[in-house]
Design a protein around this ligand. Structure first.
Ligand SMILES: [Zn+2]
Length: 271
């Protein structure tokens, strides 16, 4: 009987096609990939935010793939002035979790990779998840260890990290009045620059939520680049350097899904 075999083969091919979206076009490899990470740590059983936890093993596999495929690691400020051509990748870490130092930095050093860290200026006792929707408040992210200022200094001293701003308190910007927005955006830059003695020229919108007014404040505050959570891969020079798309790297997905995302900028039909 060949029919059952054919049917199961067709079903498997269909499943594979939908999951990995092979028909989706590859974005020109000369367009830089800006990858978005949060934590580099093992997933926790039953945790809500495991999508934000990429395991160190998976992160290393991704770095090896990028190295073997001749990507050059750049920071956002370098991307802002980069010429098209070559294969460029900018790794970005949002928020400022302690595992970025403990788990990510050793791997960045090992593969001579570099990254931009979008650091929330005030990291103590804040549950960032709760700021978007109150019912998301599970306390999970408030319990997650954050980078201390000393740890941030260690990261900067490594030479692998560019510092970017991510507001003072991980604010949902459109929910704030103009004065608060200005403080969140401009003062986060000033505060980080003063505290760490480095230039902070890139910004990341918390939750990827922003409107035109926020973009204007980002420009007014002197940032030259800003990243969103919109999925995609922009060309160079950036169509809008203050609204750069990123490729999300999810801890809930396997390596093939990472390859799909880095090729197309989009996730598969399902996770
Ligand atoms: Zn964030």
């Amino acid at each position: 009987m060949i029919w059952p075999w054919l049917l199961s083969g067709a079903a498997a091919a269909g499943w594979f096609s939908i999951k990995y979206a092979w028909w989706r076009g590859t974005v020109d490899w000369r367009q830089p990939r800006v990858l978005m990470y949060h934590m580099i740590s093992a997933p926790r059983r039953g945790a809500r935010y495991n999508g934000m936890r990429v395991s160190p093993e998976m992160f290393e596999r991704q770095l090896i793939w990028l190295r073997d495929n001749e990507f050059k690691f750049v920071t956002l400020s370098e991307l802002a002035i980069a010429k098209p051509g070559g294969k460029l990748v900018a790794l970005t870490f949002d928020d400022g979790y302690a595992d970025n130092l403990l788990n990510a930095l050793p791997l960045l050093k090992k593969y001579q990779a570099r990254a931009t860290l979008y650091l929330v200026a005030v990291r103590d006792d804040t549950d960032w998840s709760a700021k978007k929707k109150a019912h998301h408040d599970s306390g999970e992210l408030v319990r997650e260890p954050k980078l201390t200022d000393e740890q941030v200094r260690a990261m900067l001293d490594s030479g692998c990290i560019e510092l970017g701003a991510h507001t003072l308190t991980h604010a949902n910007l459109p929910k704030r009045d103009e004065q608060q927005r200005r403080a969140e955006i401009r003062d986060s830059k000033l505060r980080l620059e003063q505290l760490f003695g480095v230039k902070v020229s890139s910004f990341a919108y918390p939750f990827g939520i922003w409107e035109q007014k926020d973009r204007d404040l980002v420009a007014e505050s002197g940032f030259t680049t800003a990243v969103t959570t919109d999925a995609g891969i922009d060309p160079l020079p950036f169509p809008d350097p203050l609204a750069i798309k990123r490729v999300k790297v999810s801890g809930k997905e396997g390596f093939r899904s990472f390859l799909l995302r880095i090729r197309t900028g989009q996730r598969g039909a399902w996770k």
